[in-house]
Design a protein around this ligand. Structure first.
Ligand SMILES: NC(=O)c1ccc[n+]([C@@H]2O[C@H](COP(=O)([O-])OP(=O)(O)OC[C@H]3O[C@@H](n4cnc5c(N)ncnc54)[C@H](OP(=O)(O)O)[C@@H]3O)[C@@H](O)[C@H]2O)c1
Length: 308
């Protein structure tokens, strides 16, 4: 089996790559120089490329010719997407369309990473069949990409991810938890929105679930989220306490009242019943997910410490 993962240096792809089956031929594409994988997996063939360069992407896809693609690369910064629409559309929609067309042509399965942000947050515990209603440009690009992926082939999967937490397995990636703990470590306060309700999933569980999906016969939309529905202010307080800091270092803010910030859904919590029934990967509560994340980080630090 040959797997190709895009977004190699990213938060989500890093975890999936580190847990990819040992007997698979695994390839990763990233834009920056390759980050070191903090796991025993090793053996990932790295290709440095800008996915926006159509010709080189086409060449790479044809050279690697994967059986399965996990497309995790994206411009995932909501405010950046709002301000840089052409680039966001090119990366999140155009590149996804090119990858979906290649997968359909060669019969490869495509697992595409989408987001809970496709919903408007007026309801809670969104299910796979609930209609999306994007509030910002990032979410619009993801909705368009979802439609393209599903129309391209009836074996493809759109995995809608909830807010992802944990430490990057490699590189830096888009980890709010790592940023928060770093800030608290400097004695700084941090503000988190009480109005934004999510069902956070730890990146290790997510990586395992995404790997499982690459061999699954499931097709269509699937929600990957944790078992706890919580607002981001309470979530940050729980993280602060687990990291050994005072919870009152976390302040509350209304994200809808922040000037210059693209609108976010209030309650984008996802119902993960279908994923829990389908996959063997256990889905965790926030407390369990945090424990797993901190334990994994401590394990890695000990390993790095004792290595010569
Ligand atoms: N993190 C979350 O909470 C969350 C929640 C819901 C959905 N998602 C979705 O999950 C996926 C992964 O997110 P993430 O958190 O892992 O994001 P991330 O850490 O920002 O990783 C995204 C990766 O995409 C790569 N990329 C961007 N533009 C590229 C280009 N032109 N050519 C090649 N590579 C490019 C970046 O490469 P460089 O590092 O080399 O620039 C980056 O490593 C995304 O599709 C995102 O929309 C994430």
């Amino acid at each position: 089996m040959k797997l190709l993962v895009t977004g190699y240096n990213g938060f989500v792809a890093g975890s999936a790559l580190a847990q990819a089956p040992g007997d698979w031929e695994v390839h990763g594409i990233g834009r920056s120089p390759a980050a070191v994988i903090a796991s025993d997996r090793g053996g990932v063939v790295y290709h440095q490329a800008d996915l926006l360069e159509k010709k080189s992407l086409d060449g790479l896809l044809r050279q690697i010719k994967p059986d399965v693609l996990l497309h995790a690369a994206a411009i995932a910064n909501i405010d950046f997407c709002e301000a840089n629409r052409v680039m966001a559309e090119g990366m999140n929609v155009g590149v996804t369309a090119q990858i979906a067309a290649f997968a359909a042509e060669t019969g490869a399965k495509l697992v595409f990473c989408s987001t809970d942000s496709v919903f408007d947050g007026q309801k809670s515990y969104y299910r796979e069949e609930d209609p999306p209603h994007p509030l910002n440009f990032y979410a619009e690009t993801k909705c368009k990409a979802e439609e393209i992926v599903l129309a391209a082939s009836d074996i493809n999967i759109v995995a809608r991810l909830s807010l992802v937490m944990g430490w990057p397995v490699m590189g830096k990636g888009n980890s709010f938890l790592a940023d928060l703990v770093e800030k608290l470590g400097k004695g700084e306060q941090a503000a988190f929105p009480e109005n934004e309700i999510r069902t956070p999933i730890d990146v290790i569980t997510l990586g395992a679930a995404l790997n499982e999906l690459t061999t699954s016969s499931y097709a269509g939309i699937l929600h990957l989220s944790g078992n706890t529905r919580i607002n981001r202010y309470q979530m940050a307080r729980q993280i602060a306490v687990r990291a050994g800091y005072a919870e009152d270092l976390i302040r509350t803010v209304d994200s809808n009242a922040l000037p210059g910030r693209a609108p976010r859904p209030n309650d984008a919590s996802l119902d993960n019943t279908r994923a829990r029934n389908l996959l063997q990967t256990p889905f965790l509560s926030l407390e369990e997910g945090l424990e797993k994340s901190f334990m994994e980080k401590e394990k890695r630090e000990i390993k790095t410490h004792i290595q010569p």
